[in-house]
Ligand binder design. Structure first.
Ligand code: B1M
Length: 211
C-alpha cells in the first residue's frame, strides 16, 4: 500500500481527524485515484476497526471518533467522487432504518449515486417507516434506498416496505437495500426489488431499476 494511504488508514484508526483530512488532501494533490483513497485507505480502516471492536480491543468511543475522522476525510473526497451535472437519472430517497445510527455507508452510497446523476434526498440515520413514506409521497421518488448495519434493525426494512404498501405507494417506487449484514436472499424475502453489497454496485442496481 502507498505510504500515504497507510497514513490515512492509521489516522482513522487513531480517530485523528486533522491528520486524516490533511493526508486525504495530500493524496488528492499527489493525484492518487480517489477510489483507492476511499477503499484502501478509509473503508479498509473501518473494517479493521470492526475487527478490533469484535476482539474487545476497541469500544464505542473509539469507533465514534474513527467514524468522525472517516466522515471528515470523505467530505474532502466528495467533490472528486461526485463529478456530474447531467439531467437527473432518477430521484432516490435514502436512509438508514429506524434504530440504526450507522450512517457512513449510506452517505457513501448517496455520494456515488449523486455522481451517477441521481437526485438524492438523504434522510440520514434512524429513519422510521413513516418518514420514508411521507418523503416518498412528497417527492414522488423513483427509488427508496435503505441501509442497515445491525442484525437487530434489519427487520425495520420489512416494516418500511409494508408501510409503503399500506400507503398505496409500493407500485410506484422501487426499493433497494444494503448494509454489511444484508444478503440478496434476505432482500428477496422481505420483498425488496434489489440488493447491492457496496456503493458502486448500488449505482448499477439503481440504473437497472429505473431503466
Ligand atoms: Co457499530 N457495529 N455499533 N458503530 N460499527 C458494527 C456494524 C459491528 C459489525 C461491529 C462489530 O461487532 N464487528 C456491530 C454490529 C453487529 C451486528 O449487528 N451483527 C456494531 C455494533 C454492535 C454497534 C453497537 C450496538 C455497539 C454498542 O453500543 N454496544 C452500536 C449500535 C448503535 C445504533 O446504531 N443504534 C454501534 C455504534 C457505532 C458507532 C455510533 C460508534 C459507529 C457509527 C458511526 C456512524 O456511522 N456515524 C459505529 C461503527 C463505526 C461501526 C463499524 C466499525 C464501521 C461501520 C462503517 O461505517 N463501515 C462496524 C464494523 C464494520 O462494519 N466492519 C460496526 C464503513 C462503511 C463504508 O461500510 O456501512 O458496511 P458499510 O457500507 C457499505 C456497504 O455495506 C454498502 O455500501 C457501503 C459502501 O461500500 N451499503 C449499502 C451500506 N448501506 C447500503 C445501502 C444500500 C446499498 C449498499 O442501499 C441500496
Amino acid at each position: 500500500m502507498e505510504s500515504i494511504l497507510e497514513e490515512i488508514f492509521q489516522g482513522i484508526i487513531e480517530g485523528d481527524e486533522p491528520t486524516t483530512v490533511k493526508k486525504v488532501q495530500a493524496a488528492i494533490e499527489e493525484g492518487l485515484d480517489p477510489n483507492a483513497i476511499l477503499n484502501q485507505g478509509m473503508v479498509a480502516a473501518m473494517e479493521e476497526i470492526g475487527k478490533l471492536f469484535e476482539a474487545g480491543d476497541f469500544f464505542v468511543p473509539e469507533m465514534l471518533v474513527a467514524s468522525r475522522a472517516m466522515q471528515a476525510g470523505m467530505a474532502k473526497l466528495k467533490p472528486l467522487l461526485v463529478e456530474s451535472d447531467f439531467k437527473a437519472a432518477g430521484k432516490v430517497v435514502a436512509g438508514t432504518v429506524q434504530g440504526d445510527l450507522h450512517d457512513i455507508g449510506i452517505h457513501l452510497v448517496c455520494m456515488m449515486l449523486e455522481g451517477a446523476a441521481f437526485e438524492i434526498i438523504n434522510l440520514g440515520s434512524d429513519v422510521g417507516p413513516k418518514e420514508f413514506v411521507e418523503t416518498v409521497r412528497e417527492t414522488g421518488a423513483d427509488i427508496v434506498a435503505m441501509s442497515a448495519l445491525l442484525t437487530t434493525t434489519m427487520p425495520n426494512m420489512k416494516l418500511t416496505i409494508d408501510a409503503l404498501t399500506e400507503a398505496g405507494l409500493r407500485d410506484s417506487v422501487k426499493v433497494m437495500v444494503g448494509g454489511a449484514p444484508l444478503t440478496d436472499k434476505y432482500a428477496r424475502e422481505i420483498g425488496a426489488d434489489g440488493y447491492a453489497p457496496d456503493a458502486s454496485r448500488t449505482v448499477a442496481l439503481a440504473k437497472s431499476l429505473v431503466a
